[in-house]
Design a protein around this ligand. Structure first.
Ligand code: SF4
Ligand code: FES
Length: 248
């Protein structure tokens, strides 16, 4: 395949960015999208140009690093995959592909396609944990029976990889799907009950402080989430928040 790429280039956080056109040739349909980007970068390095900066780590859908809009969609045109799992067979010879960084006030651009998602880390640090004694008196994991349905739903919520596609897909740049997944994975388990009130209050407060928008139930987050995180989690977080407000 021969392709035209229109890519957002921005030298650093303070520079003015612009779209730049590039051509790549002989791209195999079996390549992943990031491998195609590697081909472009090799080409740029060989001609003495600055390679395109983009985030990546695991390249197997686990770490959540590979954030970018591809033709206006977070992680591109395929369903239920991250950019590193997207294959070039989703495109046709002669296509023009538009590649941009995620857009959200709380995800400022650092360089080219790399955005700063440390706002997610701060939400996690504000309550995404439980306090347990691990000093040799750890309770056996099987000592607390947990209903299968609760365990399954908690595990589903815990599959959130913090990629930020939900924020990028939302017209309000809301982080409700991410935050609710992190609240839900503990809200559904007995181990999460001790700190439940502080957790939901602190995480929602931090989410608002970071500048994420409000949820208006559009549902684009659920559609674009590569891990299929359900809107059910947002409803659960709202119930947790209401209950914490009454108790707290
Ligand atoms: S909820 Fe989905 S889209 Fe949002 S950060 Fe988690 S995995 Fe990514
Ligand atoms: S590089 Fe880790 S999820 Fe894509």
């Amino acid at each position: 395949m021969n392709l035209t790429l229109k890519i957002w280039r921005q030298k650093d956080a303070n520079a003015k960015g612009k779209m730049v056109d590039y051509k790549v040739t002989d791209i195999s349909e079996h390549m992943s999208f990031l491998e195609m980007m590697d081909v472009l970068n090799e080409q740029l390095v060989n001609t003495g140009e600055e390679p395109v900066a983009f985030d990546h780590d695991c390249r197997e859908g686990i770490c959540g690093m590979c954030s970018m809009y591809i033709n206006g969609k977070p992680h591109g045109p395929d369903k239920g995959v991250t950019t590193c799992q997207l294959h070039m067979r989703m495109f046709k010879d002669g296509d023009t592909i538009v590649i941009e960084p995620f857009r959200a006030v709380a995800f400022p651009v650092i360089k080219d396609l790399v955005v700063d998602r440390s706002s997610f880390e701060r939400i996690q640090q504000s309550g995404g944990f439980i306090s347990v004694n691990t000093s040799g008196n750890t309770q056996d994991a099987n000592a607390i029976p947990i209903a299968k349905e609760a365990a399954d739903k908690a595990m589903d919520a815990a599959t959130c990889i913090g990629c930020g596609a939900c924020v990028a897909a939302c017209k309000n740049a809301s982080a409700m799907l991410f935050t609710s997944a992190k609240v839900s994975q503990y809200a559904l388990l007995p181990q999460g009950q001790v700190e439940a009130v502080e957790r939901v209050q602190n995480m929602v407060r931090q989410m608002d402080l970071e500048g994420f928008g409000n949820c208006t139930n559009t549902g684009a987050c659920e559609v674009e989430c590569p891990k299929g995180i359900s809107l059910e989690n947002i409803a659960r977080m709202n119930r947790e928040y209401l209950s914490a407000s009454v108790k707290g």
